[in-house]
Design a protein around this ligand. Sequence first.
Ligand code: ZN
Length: 222
Amino acid sequence: MLLFFNLLMFFLGACIVSFATVFVQDFELGQVFSHKRSSCDHCHIQIPFYYTIPILGYLATFGKCRNCNNLVKFWYPISEILGGAILLCAALYHKDLVWFVPMFLALVILSVSDFQFGYIYSSYYLPFLIPLALHWQYLHPLEGLLVYFLMFVFQSISNAIGIADVELLAIIAVFFGYVYAVYILFLACCLCILLNLFNKKRSFRFIPYLSVATGIIYLIFV
Ligand SMILES: [Zn+2]
C-alpha cells in the first residue's frame, strides 16, 4: 500500500511537470482552452494520448516521434523524473501536500516558461494564491517587501538579474521569511555557477535555479 502511494506521488509529480510544460507552450500560442492533444515539436502531428503519459510515453516511443522519427527533447523526461522525485520526497518527509502541490505547480510553470522563452507572465503567479490563503497566518509580508526593495535596487544598479527573479524571490520571502530567502538565493547562485562551469553556452535563466533551490531548502530545512 505504501509502495503504491509512493508510486502515485512520483507519477503525480511527473504529471504536474508534464502538464506545466504543455500549459506554458499552449499559453504562449494562445491555445490553452483549445483542448487539443499534445503534438510533435517537429512535424506538429497530434500524439496519441497513451504516448503523452509522462516518462512511460517517452520510453514506449524510445524517445522518438512515431511519425517523423525526430528525437523528443531529452529534458522532457528528465524534468518529469525530477518533478516525480520532488513530490515523492515531499510525501516521504510528510509535508502538507495540499499546500505544497500548488506551490510546486507555480514554480514549475515559472521555471518552464523562463527556461523555454526567457520571460514569464504575471498570471503564472496565480497558483501561489492557494498556499497564500491556506497559510496566511504564517506569512512574512514585511520581509517580502524588504527583499523586493533590496533586490529591486540591486537589479536596477547591476542588471545582473531580471525583474521576474526579484518578484519570485520576494514571494519566497513572503512564504519562508528573509533568512530562508537568502539561503535559497545563495544555493541558486551556487547551482547556477556549477552548471555554467559544465555548459558555458547555457543562457542565463535564473528562475529554474531559484525553484530547484526553493525545493531543496524547503524539503530539508523548513
Ligand atoms: Zn514528429
